[in-house]
Structures are given as structure tokens and as C-alpha cells.
Design a protein around this ligand. Sequence first.
Ligand SMILES: [Zn+2]
Length: 336
Amino acid sequence: MKCFDSKYNAIPKTEIHCHLEGAIRTSTIIDVAKQYGLKLPSHDIAGLDPHVKVLEQLKNLDAVLRAFRIAQNSITSVDVVERIAWEAFEDAAKQNIKLFEVRFSPDFAFSGHKIDWDAGLKAILRAKQRAQEKFGMAIGLIAISSRSMGMPSCEKTVDWAIQQKKEIHAFDLADGELTHPIQHFIGPVLRAKNAGLKITIHSGEDTNGQAVIDTICAVEPDRIGHGVRIIHDQKAIDLVKSRGVTLELNPWSNYLTNAVDRIEEHPLKRLFDMGVKVTISSDDPEVLETNLNNEYRIAHEVLGMSLDDIKECNRNAIAASFIPKDDLRKVATFFN
Ligand SMILES: [Zn+2]
């Protein structure tokens, strides 16, 4: 559930793992459907929410796929891209997020309605510019390739991210690792890395610690998205620590997708106590009906981290941020 408890809201925050496609308000999906004549299972918020949100721990991936299909179909034009980006920044600002890295898959987000990728990026940049000025936040952008969209899509996304590397700070490989392991994608990921893009890889979410080991050995990423399952594999923990890889943990997401069986078992605090550089993010705040305040509430009230521990996670995120140093400096004082 979304949380606006002032105890958490007051803490300046870093969000470094948030998917734009998973951050579209239900009210916006309805507005866009009316404007563009799109069909929806319901045109009111209470009726549509069950179709665009995952509210219970998953038994299979259908609920997520359905939610993302509706989200994708809502991204109809560059005006809509600018609107959803702006609203994601606005929702972040409401929770006192000062450093915000948002990621999106151009092939997934833009291809549904054949939006030109450069024009889509420009729309996000317009929203970013306004949000940086209005909210005083530092914003970074990460381009994703969804593994299930295949190798041509991955190559195309890497080409585009390299072309746009002034605005796109990093490259990420997302989507089911179990059926699409890192070995299939080493070539394009290394091409992105060698061109100067930072690298984060979704790993150890639906797979075990060995997948994280394989990922680190194959492409030496700066960060790992999730990595939650390394808790069961000491070798993986040791490697993450020795290579200085930062984990982007998303507790409520990790519970909903069964990466942990019960939220009380989430290893955020245990990994923190072991000296792993962990950070706290929300993954898909609208689709998963969470926000960063709620993730902090879980970290503090369910997992027993102190608020100082949580602030340390923010400093980990600053240290591992992909945002250029000049922009980072503007918000660094919030995290001293
Ligand atoms: Zn993710």
C-alpha cells in the first residue's frame, strides 16, 4: 500500500530502481483511454485497479503481464510520454525523493504505438527539465532491453542508448532471467559498457545466487537489480562484496513476485549487516501499489532496520548513482 507517514516522508530519499512503465497512475490510464478511444476493462479507478495492479503475492505471472500490457497500450503519443514521466517525477517529489533514476524499455514503451524513440526521449527530457527546476531533484535515465523481446531488440536498444549517451546514463537488462540467462546477451551488454554506459542487470530475482555470480563474471556490472536470492549463497555474497557491486533491492516487489516467500524473510537487513552495499527502491510503484515511503516502513517496522541504517542505504545509492557528478552535487547535501 502507498504510505505517506510523515516519519518516512520527512527523510530525503534516493530511488534508483523504478520502471517508468510501472509508474503510470490508474487515473492517467483512464484519461488517455478516453482521449484516444482505447478499450479498457473498466473506466473508473476502482474497477480498473484490479486489472492494472498486482495486489497479492503472485501465483503466476499473468497478473503482471496483463497490467503491463494495459500500461504499454496507454503510451499512445509523445504527449502521453511527457505526461507519465512528469507524473512519475511529481509522485517521487511528494515522497521527498531527491535523487531519482528512472528506467524504461524504449522497444516496449514506444513500439506499441510506433512512437519514434528519439521523440519519446525528448518528451521525457522535457518533463525531467521541468521536474529538476520545480522539485530540486536530480534525475537520471536508464535504457532497458527486455530479454524476452529477443536479441535484435537488445542490439537495437544498445545502439540507441550509445547514440543517446549524453542523456541515457546506463543500460539495463530486465525480464525473466531464468529463461533468458546473461550468456545470451554478453555481446551487446559489453558493447554498451565499452561505449561508456554504466551497467545494471536484473539478476537473482527469479533465479538463485549462481545467476548473479554468472552475471558478475560475464559483464562486471556496476549494480545488480534485485540480487535478493544471493542470501542463500555465501559465494555469491562474497563476490558481490569483493567486486563492490551495489544491489538495488525492492522489498515489496520481491515479496509479490515470490523472490521471498514472506515479507518478514526479506534479506535487506541481513545483507546490510553483512556489509553488502544495499539500496532501497520501489520497482513499479503503480503496478505494485507501493511507494518508497512504504518500502522504508517495511525496512524499519518489519525488517528491523534503524532509520540510520536506511540513511546509509541512501548514501550507498548516491555512491553508486549513474547521474553525472555535477547534477549529483546539487542534491548531495541532503544525504550527509
Ligand atoms: Zn525492475
